[in-house]
Ligand binder design. Structure first.
Ligand SMILES: Cc1ncc(COP(=O)(O)O)c(C=O)c1O
Length: 368
């Protein structure tokens, strides 16, 4: 095929999409993988077997039920709500995307803190949103006064708050979230993907604030990132609207079986989250004791830290020694930033020892 038709075909793609660099990830194969905020504990084998046994008995030739009623019921019950308040998604990202699709037309305002999860801005750009950025404060806390101010503009359709925030680990309180919801005419999405590691939720606000939407995931504390499951909780009038943009049968029967069983594992989830929290404290303290390293307190299953040495040197120094973390230096405000996921105790030890080695080697090189 010659070049002309090729170029012509690409021109059919929206200019906003062509201008984007896309969501990419450097993923070298390292034995210690602490770059994606996954759960270091797999789903227990007996539970996997229960799920697989039920999946074996199901008829895979049929579509799932039109409405995943049983799963919505189990999740709703966990929050003291009826099934009408809940939507199930193929990962929580899909539900956040559904909210963008249901609310944002070209030129509509979206308020986003920065730095935060990059997917929100990506979804906003695809939808043609006019994105208004509110930077976090220097200590990575949310600038609530500025958020309230921006969100109060009459053209705002959506405010997205990630709490605990990826990649900083900072949280916004329910009282501050309520303030924003009170002042805006738009929807306020609170992405609580890391809720279990911080323990503070805005779910209870939805009875007073029908414009608040909460998203949760099975990919972090529930240890099922591979199954792609998430859910959304909001006022029933709102879930009915958002549901209209969801594709029918978006979650497969095996994931639906798993969702019902996993959501019931409250003790297991709590125990695992407690281990991660205590490991997080240990890693934070160890980083604090390292010269030239500044960690930020975190309410999630990762720790953001800054280094005096160039990020590139540390990031690749770790990779060369088999430890993969996340380079977040291209995020706004984080030119010196890296993020490490809290893993198993031995993985965290490997990260800390290796980081000390990398820093010592660099110290020796710069002394020579
Ligand atoms: C803030 C935030 N929301 C959502 C997700 C993804 O969730 P899911 O796997 O449910 O799509 C992530 C994953 O890293 C995340 O950091």
């Amino acid at each position: 095929m010659d070049e002309k038709p090729r170029n012509a075909a690409v021109r059919s793609v929206k200019a906003a999409v062509r201008a984007m660099s896309g969501y990419t990830l450097v993923q070298p194969d390292c034995p210690v993988k602490l770059n994606q905020n996954e759960c270091p504990f797999d789903v227990p084998e007996d539970l996997k077997r229960e799920i697989v046994d039920e999946a074996l008995a199901a008829n895979w030739g049929r579509y799932p039920g039109f409405v995943p009623g049983e799963v919505k019921e189990s999740i709703g019950k966990r929050h003291g709500l009826g099934p009408g308040y809940v939507l199930i998604g193929n990962g929580s990202n899909e539900l956040i995307q559904a909210v963008f699709q249901a609310t944002i037309a070209t030129g509509d305002r979206v308020v986003l803190p920065a730095p935060t999860f990059t997917l929100y801005a990506l979804m906003g750009r695809i939808a043609g949103a006019d994105i208004r950025t509110v930077y976090l404060k220097a200590d990575m806390s949310f600038d609530v006064d500025r958020l309230v101010e921006e969100s109060a503009h009459p053209e705002v359709r959506l405010v997205v708050l990630c709490s605990p925030n990826n990649p900083t680990g900072s949280m916004i309180s329910p009282a501050d979230t309520a303030r924003i919801a009170e002042e805006t005419d738009g929807l306020v999405v609170v992405d609580e993907a890391y809720y279990e590691f911080g323990g503070v939720s805005c779910v209870e606000l939805i009875s007073d604030y029908p414009n608040i939407v909460i998203t949760r995931t099975f990919s972090k504390a529930l240890g099922a990132a591979g199954l792609r499951l998430g859910y959304l909780v909001a006022d029933q009038a709102l879930t009915r609207e958002i549901e209209k943009v969801e594709l029918p049968y978006n979650v497969n029967i095996i994931s639906l079986i798993a969702a019902r069983k996993l959501i019931a594992q409250e003790t297991l989830i709590e125990e695992r989250a407690a281990i991660i929290q205590s490991e997080r404290q240990r890693v934070f303290q160890a980083l604090l004791n390292l010269p030239g390293i500044r960690p930020y307190p975190s309410h999630a299953n990762f720790v953001l830290f800054e280094a005096e040495r160039p990020v590139d040197e540390i990031f690749h120094g770790l990779i060369d020694r088999g430890v993969l973390i996340r380079d977040v230096s291209r995020y706004p405000m984080l030119e010196r930033g890296m993020r490490v996921t809290i893993g198993l105790p031995e993985e965290n030890d490997a990260f800390l020892t290796t980081l000390r080695d990398v820093l010592a080697d660099q110290g020796r090189e710069s002394a020579n």
